[in-house]
Design a protein around this ligand. Sequence first.
Ligand SMILES: [Fe+2]
Ligand SMILES: [Fe+2]
Length: 332
Amino acid sequence: MTAPFRTDDTSSATASSAGVDEETVVARAALTDDAWTALVHRLNRQSVEKHYDAYEDIDWDSPDFAVDPDDPRWAGAAEQLIGETEWWETLDESRRGRLGLHIIASRMRSGLVFENILSRGLLAHALTHPNGAPEFRYAYHEVIEESQHSLMFQEFVNRTGFDTGDFPLHVRMLAPQVVGLATRFPELFFVFVLGGEDPIDHSQREGLRNGIDHPLLERIMRIHVTEEARHLSFARHQLKRNVGELGRFKTSLLRYTAPLVLSLMADLMMGLPPHVVKEHHVPRDVVDHVRKSPEQQQRVDESLAKVRRLLSECGLISKRSARLWRRLGLAV
Ligand SMILES: [Fe+2]
Ligand SMILES: [Fe+2]
């Protein structure tokens, strides 16, 4: 069965400007039942045809893949955030490499914690589908793929030897609620999914486009973006399909929680982690620089561009909720 959609396709819908009327609920370009079923079958087939194993498909012990914290090739991740500061100029190559590697390891750990929450939600979501539903099978394919990603990320983190801290307490307390959303309010669950997956996918694709200095990191990112394309397609089309069926209360709730979720996730996935600041004695003014720099703001805006467009197409950015986006410092 052939579906006329690319797995990463959100471009078929007309991008609308933010700020639809509060009462308007539109889900432009939502797939018909047949097209949705064809898409899920296709994603299922692709998950069988192209998938990766964290240990079979990465030659962890190859000398080329060795993880040396003093390797200056790791510096890029830190340089992107603080390369313009005077403090950066004072660091030798080894300290720059260690700082960059610690940021990469922390993001991978954040990524796998996110994948853990996502997988628990997907397992619960799978059971809401009856026998024969292709969505059940796809949810399991995605959980299996996320598990391989998490093994891959954790193996990398282990080889760095860095302590990667933990999510802040309020995020840890929110995790069980997010898992519960997968059955009680799946549309909000998929906003959370997109809020985590889209920024990671964007920054990994950008990294691959610009060139990644270390071959192990490049291998991990290539594997990840290949499989994430399917996950993103499933989440985007699921949201588009279902949002039109929601009542006023849930639609309104989605409009106001979406920017909160996106702001939280972008901060966790793209900021300078507090334990990195502490361990590397990053000065206060450098931390402030990252928080306020227009370049960082632009990176966050760009990373959220696809999900912002999707929410806009789904009528989930209203004139009133756009104010909340702006107050959170998000482009809208
Ligand atoms: Fe993943
Ligand atoms: Fe994923």
